[in-house]
Design a protein around this ligand. Structure first.
Ligand code: HEM
Length: 155
């Protein structure tokens, strides 16, 4: 058995820890954007939000996404070695659902990073209501993904 298959459960644990950090950051950042909408560009409040947002993104969200992907890819390689059908599990309904969620969350991550830059140069055009409403989307995606990977549903 290779290193990845031998330490599969360690990678699964590290993967879940990274997922928790990524999701926590991605649920918190739009909350900052909700209140940042009330700050006048160039004001002290604006500067404080900018500092909080850039630190949250660079110290927590970005590293957590990289770790989630890294350990997730290790798990894919480990699964391909351990599962009877090898790589075929990637085309099962539950894994396809999971991977669709991964692409959605990674895209949302990119959108949030772009929004931070727009707040920083005073060009955010999204409303407080938009950030409040859209904040639930990643959580809904995570619910579907966690249920998909734990139930391994098939039609
Ligand atoms: C970023 C890319 C990701 C990849 C490539 C990936 C891939 C995987 C793979 C291959 C497994 C092992 C499945 C198994 O054989 O049991 C796994 C487990 C898991 N993943 Fe991910 N994943 C990713 C992101 C996420 C995200 C964003 C979430 C949650 C929102 C998540 C939640 C989980 C959970 C909870 C498990 C453990 C399931 C169990 O132990 O039964 N993953 N992931």
């Amino acid at each position: 058995m290779t290193f990845l298959a031998e330490h599969f459960n360690l990678f699964r644990g590290l993967h879940i820890i990274a997922v928790i950090a990524w999701m926590a950051g991605m649920l918190y950042l739009p909350r900052l954007y909700v209140y940042h909408c009330r700050a006048t560009p160039g004001s002290e409040m604006d500067a404080t939000f900018q500092e909080m947002e850039v630190k949250l993104l660079r110290i927590i969200i970005n590293p957590a996404m990289i770790a989630t992907w890294l350990f997730g890819l290790c798990l894919i390689a480990g699964d391909a070695q351990m599962r009877p059908g090898g790589w075929a599990f990637l085309l099962t309904p539950w894994m396809l659902t999971k991977l669709a969620g991964v692409i959605l969350l990674s895209g949302w991550h990119g959108f949030l990073a772009g929004a931070r830059r727009r707040f920083a140069n005073g060009t955010n055009s999204r409303s407080e209501k938009f950030w409040r409403m859209s904040n639930e989307l990643p959580f809904l995606a995570a619910v579907v993904m966690v249920l998909a990977v734990t139930t391994e549903f098939v039609f």
